[in-house]
Design a protein around this ligand. Structure first.
Ligand code: PLP
Length: 395
């Protein structure tokens, strides 16, 4: 009989020739378990999804309870499901009062697609602006916004009327003009290698969008749900977007995406024509129940208040002469080396030592650190020690 690993390569569609092919049979907290008894420390949270680690009892209980009630009674938009409604109410209550309406999708890319359509329909404009080095998803529209030309090779023609500006370049914001429907931006560029905004950049972005009546669409798919230390990154960075895009941790480990904006903006898809954006599974009750359990716990536990000390510990201890740069905040970091080959060697060595990291889509020389937010101090220290050991051994 073939192993799961062999069957994975035979029967499951692959996304690259260099899959980590990590076989996982279980997980608890910040630990993941392999079939041969190997224990891994999860240093990436499935890329910012499992913000409370694995097997969180409150999330599991919420899923079990919802599972016993119903799964999919009717297409999104036509049914009143308590988890969907109550989660939307809680999300809105945690945000600026201008963000008062939630549109659910299945994924981040799909939420970006919805936001692109809403922005065009609401403003009556067709030009969109996004950033070089940005990642907003893999579907045709989201890929058109993405700022890495290598990711687009072979997939054209993509969408027209999209202009790219350089993230953190204040002057380039002049390209946001009176004919721009929306500016799509990540508050911190995630797949680009955890690039932080320069002081005043996001404020200037906000001001330019307001001047030109352009919708500011903030992609917090990666930075949301406590990842950067506050519930949502924009709250600490001091700006309010016109549309907030969420996914990843939003579903507590299950697929879920959302566009949150003002009702007057969102309602443009309701008519002329009606059903302007629809989805069979968007806002699945099971995903909403799981996500709401995660959100409740983030809001009502000490996890976020304990994060600054963990962040400080990580920054103070993850130091080595071959680390060119350690960028990030909260529990979202890029460890940048001098070459892609070196980063890859460290990644492989880390896996041998039982620590899961991964590279970035658009920063070849970097590795990610984004552990579950509730990782214990001992686990964090253990992971950092293994990181330093791995670097030392491949140097
Ligand atoms: N936007 C950002 C910032 C992301 O990090 C991602 C996924 O990594 C996406 C959009 C796309 O989300 P999804 O993979 O759920 O389609």
């Amino acid at each position: 009989m073939n192993s799961n690993r062999e069957d994975f390569f035979t029967f499951v569609g692959q996304t690259s020739d260099e899959s980590l092919a990590l076989e996982i049979v279980g997980g608890k907290g910040a630990k993941l378990f392999g079939p041969d008894g190997t224990t891994y420390l999860d240093f990436i949270s499935g890329i910012c999804v499992s913000n409370l680690g694995h097997g969180d009892p409150d999330i599991l209980q919420a899923i079990e309870q919802q599972n016993l009630r119903y799964l999919h009674p009717i297409v999104y938009g036509e049914g009143v499901f308590s988890p969907q409604v109550q989660y939307a109410k809680k999300l809105v209550a945690s945000l600026d009062e201008s963000l008062d309406n939630v549109y659910y999708t299945n994924s981040g890319s799909e939420a970006i697609e919805a936001a692109m359509k809403i922005a065009k329909k609401y403003t009556g404009r067709r030009k969109l602006v996004a950033c070089h080095n940005a990642y907003h998803g893999s579907t045709q529209g989201a890929l058109s916004l993405s700022g890495d030309p290598r990711a687009k090779a072979g997939y054209g023609p993509l969408l027209p009327d999209i202009v790219h500006v350089t993230y953190n370049d204040f002057d380039d914001l002049a390209q946001i003009t009176e004919d721009t429907a929306a500016f799509f931006v990540e508050p911190i560029q995630g797949a680009g290698g955890v690039i932080l905004p320069e002081k005043g950049y996001l404020q200037r972005v906000r001001a330019r969008c307001t001047e030109t009546n352009t919708l500011l669409v903030l992609d917090e798919i990666q930075t949301g749900f406590g990842r950067t230390g506050s519930l949502f990154a924009h709250q600490a960075l001091g700006i309010v977007p016109d549309m907030l895009i969420l996914a990843k941790a939003l579903g507590g480990g299950l697929p879920l995406g959302a566009v949150i904006t003002a009702k007057k903006v969102l309602s443009c898809i309701q008519r002329d024509p009606p059903l302007g954006h629809i989805s069979t599974f968007g806002g699945h009750p099971l995903s909403c129940a799981a996500g709401m359990a995660l959100f409740d716990k983030l809001q009502h536990s000490t996890i976020l208040s304990e994060l600054p000390a963990k962040a400080q510990f990580l920054c103070a201890n993850l130091k080595h002469p071959v680390i060119k740069e350690l960028r990030g905040m909260g529990m979202l970091y890029g460890v940048i080396f001098n070459s892609q080959a070196f980063a890859y060697k460290v990644l492989k060595k880390l896996l041998e030592k039982g620590v899961i990291s991964i590279g970035f889509l658009s920063e070849p020389n970097g590795l990610r650190i984004s552990p579950p937010l509730n990782i214990s101090h001992e686990e964090l220290k253990w992971g950092i020690d293994r990181f330093l050991e791995a670097i030392e051994e491949v140097s």
